[in-house]
Write a protein of this length. Structure first.
Lengths: 336, 164
């Protein structure tokens, strides 16, 4: 009975979530007379200096702008200054905001603003710290006892990462890389799930975020690469000499394709999911029909569930490939 | 396409926040959690090992007990047998002794009876002789109280002698 009621609660939660995204979206869509689907969708999946929840006076969170230029030095001000009371973009103090880029008198500046995705980063990091510290506290308190609360929720995931991803791919010295890989997995997983919430930013579907993560993997892989790894790249053993010359450039390109594939895979998987969801919701506004709207909402519900699955899968895949690359770079190649 | 161009600011923030997360979580979360997981695994392994050891110990003890029981049973049987033998021997000896004692007593008694009998016979013989003498005396006193009777006796003796 309780399992059933649990399912009902979960179902209702998901329905509410998907519909609330429909509503927040609807409010925005109705604002513009000429409804441009691709523009709206792109606006939703991209980073922004403001965090728009709904139309109206309190619906927008104006995030702080932090810019650095050699002329003016570091300057911090609210992004509200870029907008007048009719939500039109205006120039502020010589700074202009043009399609998400800030220019100072026509030349670009270093923009380290707390954008929507940076705010999402903070939220994600805070959530991770709070949850994992609670689990750590539980681990310290329940010594010799069964896990409780958050601890028992997170421990199986940690064990999964350790035993299914890290250990089999890296081998006996896996413990050195475990903290990084665990952080990576949880960061992506929670980022993906947070991104699915209505109004949330598409943080793990941003190429800057995925690229930075892939860059860390790239650095760790190549820094921990042993002699066997490098000799495999530059002078592949057990291969005839002319072939070695062919393999060399391929291997060198391979060093870089690995992080690039990581970057693009996560970015595409998450962004594509968001675009699919938004496109389906847009159908209701394109056709302006209750029937299409209800059918597309049902499909949105279904896709939302798939997105939750994708959130887990992408976190798994990114961590798995990172573990595989590290494992390849640190393996003892004595079988050749 | 802005979507495909990574923003510098976000890269910087992401690098800072992610590095901070890695450092912070490594120290404050992963270390205690992973340690506790490891400890739990070890303690479970230890418990299993101990249980296995205890089972082996039990089996060994049981085998030992069996052996002890067997030995004890053999010992008991041996002791019982010995005791039975001893008791039999003692019984035989006692019987033999008793018989010997009885025989001796009988012999002694027989000897004593013999002696007594002989003494009694001697006594009887003396008594009889005395009685005979007294009877003879009295007879003689009565028969030889007159001269005539004395003469007749003498004559009779002479006659006897003559006959002979």
């Amino acid at each position: 009975m309780s399992v059933f009621s649990h399912k009902i609660t979960r179902f209702l939660l998901i329905v509410t979530l998907s519909f609330s995204s429909v509503f927040s979206f609807a409010a925005e869509a109705s604002e513009e007379p000429g409804f441009n689907v691709s523009e709206v969708i792109l606006h939703h999946v991209m980073d922004d200096h403001i965090w728009h929840f709904w139309d109206g006076h309190y619906g927008t969170l104006y995030l702080p702008v932090i810019v650095y230029s050699s002329e003016r030095g570091l300057e911090v001000f609210s992004s509200k200054n870029f907008y007048d009371e009719h939500h039109n973009v205006v120039t502020y103090n010589g700074y202009t905001l043009d399609h998400g880029h800030i220019y100072l008198n026509g030349s670009s500046v270093l923009d380290v603003s707390i954008t929507k995705n940076v705010a999402m980063l903070f939220i994600n990091a805070t959530l991770l710290i709070v949850l994992l510290l609670a689990a750590a506290k539980g681990a310290k308190q329940n010594v010799g006892k069964a896990p409780k609360g958050v601890q028992s929720f997170l421990e199986p995931i940690i064990l999964f990462v350790r035993d299914e991803i890290v250990k089999p791919n890296i081998g006996h010295h896996y413990e050195r890389y475990l903290p990084y890989l665990l952080t990576l997995f949880f960061f992506i997983l929670f980022g993906n799930l947070l991104g699915l919430l209505p109004g949330a930013g598409n943080m793990t579907g941003n190429i800057a975020v995925t690229m930075t993560l892939a860059l860390f993997t790239f650095i760790i892989t190549n820094v921990s690469g042993n002699k066997a790894y490098w000799s495999h790249i530059f002078w592949t053993p057990g291969v005839p000499l002319p072939l070695r010359l062919v393999i060399l450039p391929v291997e060198i390109v391979g060093i870089f394709t690995k992080p690039i594939s990581l970057t693009i895979r996560l970015f595409v998987a998450i962004t594509a999911g968001h675009i699919v969801l938004l496109s389906l919701i847009s159908l209701a506004f394109i056709f302006q029909s209750v029937l299409v709207g209800s059918i597309s909402s049902l499909i949105v519900l279904f896709i939302n569930l798939i997105e939750i699955l994708v959130a887990g899968i992408q976190a798994y895949v990114f961590t798995l490939f990172t573990a595989v690359y590290i494992g390849m770079a640190t393996a003892d190649h004595d079988h050749h | 396409m802005d979507l495909l161009i990574p923003g510098t600011g976000l890269i910087i923030w992401q690098a800072i926040i992610f590095l901070m997360l890695v450092v912070l979580l490594s120290k404050l979360a992963w270390k205690p959690i992973l340690n506790s997981l490891k400890e739990r695994e070890e303690s479970i392994q230890n418990a299993l090992d101990t249980a296995e050891k205890a089972r082996a110990e039990m089996a060994r003890l049981q085998a030992d007990n069996e052996k002890l029981f067997k030995e004890a049973r053999e010992e008991r049987d041996k002791m019982l047998k010995e005791a039975r033998e001893a008791s039999n021997r003692m019984k035989d000896e006692a019987q033999l002794d008793a018989k010997k004692a009885a025989d001796k007593i009988i012999d002694d008694a027989r000897a004593a009876i013999q002696i007594e009998k002989q003494a009694a016979m001697k006594d009887v013989r003396t008594q009889v002789a005395m009685f005979s003498l007294q009877v003879a005396e009295r007879l003689m006193k009565k028969n030889l109280s007159t001269d005539k009777a004395q003469k007749e006796l003498v004559e009779e003796f002479i006659k006897d002698i003559k006959v002979n």
